[in-house]
Design a protein around this ligand. Structure first.
Ligand SMILES: Cc1cc2nc3c(=O)[nH]c(=O)nc-3n(C[C@H](O)[C@H](O)[C@H](O)COP(=O)(O)OP(=O)(O)OC[C@H]3O[C@@H](n4cnc5c(N)ncnc54)[C@H](O)[C@@H]3O)c2cc1C
Length: 418
């Protein structure tokens, strides 16, 4: 069979790993210019790999398969260096959070670090490239994919027997083009996570960081919204993320080069109801408004006390930001975010202080906007020869779940066609 793989990220890797020993002719189309490009794949920042049934995606992935894929990535690092731990395995910590209304999320994790990820991706690429049946085509942005008369047609010209679309969230333009032609593919589109990135000195969370590295908790706030922590980076760095027409914040940590601050996201999940159905538009407007207040391509930074009191921050005090000073402006996030989101975040941080004293310290740092967009959930039963895998399908949100989705899709294909 002649198979097209569109995008070379985590999901594509899972799919190709299963197909690499077969005779199927695989063509990989990737919009980045080469494997070294900074835009290639979601596997380029942080590299925290989780084994968990409670997070990472909405498909069922056997824990054994998750661990197998984690080992695969660690193996591709070439040296097996990894930071590892278990979240909420000890009863004490679990019960301490639980007693204050938090829902602790259990997982095992393995942290490769931003610095090692490039090599991991490169080693995977070298393995695939050495196979006779696998052909890479870089600088190829796919704009249209159509399933017609038993074939899949790409960019209105090239024909394949089967295709997987694995373009992640950065491939939303292609997904929009496809769903414009086949709107019935969309089965769910309502959610968005809006929030902030919080940065504190390491010593405040040292005990927690050494106990579990990644602490994920959810909390139902007094506003009724569910708020959660996401992507904890001990001794990490805050960075900006560019979405074309707006800028948001994110965080990561390196394996070797450490800072003295810990950062993590605090996100409020907003679920919109009829007739409004544009969560991406809603999130983008808030991001753009934040950028408008901060000035060109900048985000807003505020101390926690001023954020809580809705006053502009004019000076920082003891906590030194890890984000480059050219990328933020000291301001007031309250001018850009809806009140219900702000109240939810304040309720969350103040309550967290009951479990981690000092977390609501006056001069801790609040960066905004941090936004997590959910892709539309797509119906993979519509076409037998065209499948959406990984984050662009709306079914996954992590490296391991996306890789597993590709892997499972490859296995199903082999079961069907050999
Ligand atoms: C900054 C950041 C940090 C993250 N950190 C972690 C983490 O530590 N742990 C974790 O589990 N998850 C993390 N994630 C999420 C994780 O990266 C994704 O869930 C995962 O990579 C999704 O895999 P995917 O294959 O669906 O998409 P991706 O890995 O994003 O790959 C999609 C590929 O498709 C290409 N592409 C897009 N559109 C087109 C097109 N039209 N034509 C051709 N090619 C196209 C892109 O260039 C990209 O290479 C992070 C995400 C970000 C943005």
């Amino acid at each position: 069979m002649k198979i097209a793989v569109i995008g070379f990220g985590a999901a594509a890797i899972g799919f190709i790993e299963i197909m690499k020993e077969t005779d199927h002719e695989i063509h990989v189309f990737e919009k980045s210019k080469d494997i070294y490009s900074s835009s290639i794949s979601g596997i380029r920042a942080d590299g925290k790999l989780f084994v968990s049934k409670e997070m990472g995606g909405n498909i069922d992935v056997d824990l054994k398969l998750q661990k197998k894929l984690v080992d695969y990535y660690i193996d591709k690092s070439g040296n097996g260096e990894v930071e590892t731990g278990k979240s909420f395995k000890t009863k004490d910590y679990y019960e301490k959070f639980y007693a204050h209304g938090f829902l602790p999320v259990r997982s095992d994790f393995y942290h490769l670090g931003t610095d090692q990820l490039k090599q991991v991706l490169y080693n995977i690429f070298e393995d695939f490239k050495s196979r006779k049946n696998i052909h890479f085509h870089f600088s190829q942005t796919i704009e249209s994919v159509k399933s017609l008369n038993g074939q899949v047609i790409i960019n209105e010209k090239e024909k394949f027997d089967y295709a997987i679309v694995a373009v992640g969230r950065s491939g939303h333009k292609l997904i929009t083009n496809i769903t414009k032609d086949s709107p019935e593919l969309i089965i769910y589109n309502k959610k968005i996570d809006l929030g902030i990135r919080y940065e504190v000195p390491d010593h405040i969370v040292n005990e927690l960081n050494s106990e579990m590295y990644e602490f994920k908790v959810k909390y139902k706030c007094k506003t009724g919204y569910m708020v959660r922590t996401f992507c904890n980076n001990p001794s990490g760095y805050v960075v900006t993320e560019h979405y074309g027409d707006f800028v948001t914040v994110n965080g990561h940590a390196k394996l070797k080069d450490k800072s003295t601050n810990t950062n993590f996201a605090i996100l409020t999940t907003v679920e919109l109801t009829q007739p409004f159905n544009d969560p991406t538009g809603f999130g983008s407007y808030i991001a753009k408004l934040s950028n408008l207040l901060a000035g060109d391509e900048k985000v807003i930074l505020q101390t926690y006390a001023k954020f809580r009191d809705s006053k502009r921050t004019k000076h920082l005090y003891r906590v030194k930001p890890t984000l480059d000073e050219k990328k933020y402006i000291l301001g007031d996030i309250n001018l850009a975010f809806p009140r219900r989101i702000i109240e939810s975040i304040i309720d969350f941080i103040d309550n967290l202080d009951n479990v981690i004293p000092g977390i609501s310290g006056e001069d801790n740092l609040v960066y905004a906007p941090e936004i997590k967009f959910y892709s539309n959930v797509l119906d993979n039963s519509k076409f037998h020869n065209l499948k959406f895998v990984g984050d662009c399908s709306g079914l996954t949100r992590s490296i391991i779940y996306a890789t597993a989705h590709g892997y499972i899709t490859g296995k199903e294909l082999l079961n069907e066609f050999g």
